[in-house]
Design a protein around this ligand. Structure first.
Ligand SMILES: Nc1nc2c(c(=O)[nH]1)N[C@H]1C(S)=C(S)[C@@H](COP(=O)(O)O)O[C@H]1N2
Ligand SMILES: [Mo]
Length: 414
């Protein structure tokens, strides 16, 4: 079992303990464009920065020196502005701890629960085979094969973000009363890869809009833009943002899926209508089918508990008491309870949930499982948030976004 390995050198005074590693993928220039978080190997609540998951939808941009960077605030405002990082640091600052979760995290669990698909592992492979994404010998791409060859777990992390509340900057610019949305534009550019839509929808027979080369952008509805915890952040986990996470400035939208957390911001445009951003109306959407006329954009995450210990790969376990542990979070605020079932969902008992002062942060929970009788067990966990929402919240949708279903952990007790 690879996760039980205790080889490896000294890591700052802790011998014989391998440091967790993330699975990474690089582009042709050797830049990291994707990485997953080794969820099952972490403790505490903050994801170390070098283990934070990474997603870049377009091409990884060249870094900008913070001294050479400035940001424009334009559109439906009384005083259009250009601000530097120095200017932003003079405004009232704010620190928020929050979960970042990619809308596509755990996506293949939808197939597992609803379509008898293969069960994904919570343990990321150490290497990734991108060759499945390229059609061989003129053959058609097998969506199923691609889905099964790429990890779809470990695309969530949690950190501490520091910056200025967006509403402070909007106040400075004087938002006009007709404003309905704030559009953020990153300085990264590229042409969205249509195979990503085939991949997330599991279908390659649909028409995919080709927007050409675009900047990454998102139009945040005014209400969320004015929320005091929505930040323009220049720092993460106690230091300035790393380039890969959006330096010099990124958006932090607690509770809403990762795609809202626009990195590498170069422009903020206040708008009197909802903009038609590709990653808002084409890609990060919820709907029954691609043809569904009532598609909605992905916004707040559901409510979710994951069991990180034990995992399927730990089976079989000896008869006795075992800790059952995991994380729980919600897109609407604090977690108020986690229940555990060790009989496949027939009966549920309360788990211990850590107290937290950070409503956007995940919490750790644990439960003592008295596994006295040998047999086959299905362990489940489900969370409830402060709004009274219980897991699961998000039904099957064709893009398979915002998965928050209850996934049993299968354990044999010997
Ligand atoms: N400018 C820009 N911002 C972006 C993206 C992007 O491609 N470009 N990807 C988004 C998506 S889909 C996710 S899940 C998060 C990931 O943030 P991270 O890489 O810092 O973990 O960034 C979001 N912000
Ligand atoms: Mo994402």
């Amino acid at each position: 079992m690879p996760r039980r390995e205790i080889e490896g050198g000294w890591i700052r005074g802790w011998p014989d303990r391998k440091r967790p590693e993330s699975l990474e993928a690089n582009d042709a220039e050797g830049r990291t464009i994707f990485a997953t978080t080794p969820m099952t190997e972490l403790e505490g609540r903050i994801t170390p920065t070098d283990l934070y998951y990474i997603v870049a939808q377009l091409d990884m941009p060249e870094p900008i020196h913070p001294d050479d960077w400035e940001m424009e605030i334009c559109g439906e405002v009384e005083n259009p502005l250009t601000l530097t990082l120095e200017d932003l640091k003079k405004l009232p600052s704010q620190t928020v701890r929050a979960v970042t979760e990619c809308a596509g995290n755990d996506t293949m669990f939808f197939n597992y629960l609803h379509k008898d698909g293969k069960k994904p592992s919570l343990v990321s492979p150490k290497e990734m085979d991108f060759s499945a994404l390229k059609p061989k010998d003129g053959k058609k791409l097998s969506i199923e094969a691609i889905g099964n060859s790429l990890p779809t777990t470990g695309m969530s992390s949690a950190g501490e973000f520091s910056g200025v509340p967006l509403r402070e900057v909007l106040k400075l610019a004087g938002v006009k009363s007709n404003a309905v949305a704030v559009r953020f534009q990153g300085f990264d550019r590229g042409r969205p890869d249509p195979s990503l839509i085939y991949l997330s929808s599991g279908r390659d027979d649909i028409e995919v809009k080709d927007p050409g080369v675009i900047n990454y952008d998102k139009g945040l509805p005014m209400e969320k833009a004015l929320h005091p915890d929505t930040l323009l952040a220049w720092a993460m986990n106690g230091e300035h943002l790393h380039h890969i996470h959006g330096a010099p400035l990124r958006l932090v939208v607690p509770g809403w899926s990762g795609n809202w957390w626009v990195k590498w911001i170069e422009q903020i445009e206040v708008m009197d209508h909802m903009p038609d951003c590709y990653h808002q109306t084409e890609y990060f959407v919820l709907g029954d089918t691609p043809e569904d006329p009532n598609k909605v954009m992905c916004t707040a995450l559901g409510v979710k508990a994951v069991i990180l210990d034990p995992i399927d790969e730990d089976s079989p376990l000896p008869a006795g008491t075992h800790p059952v542990r995991g994380l729980a979070w919600s897109g609407e605020g604090a977690i108020v309870g986690v229940e555990v079932s060790v009989d496949g969902g027939t009966t549920w008992e309360d788990a211990h949930v850590e107290e937290s002062h950070d409503r956007w942060m995940w919490v750790r929970w644990n439960y003592v499982w008295d596994a006295v009788k040998p047999g086959v067990y299905q362990i489940m966990a489900r969370a409830t948030d402060e709004k009274g929402r219980q897991q699961p919240q998000t039904p099957w949708n064709y893009q398979r976004k915002h998965f928050d279903g209850i996934v049993p952990t299968d354990i044999v007790i010997e």
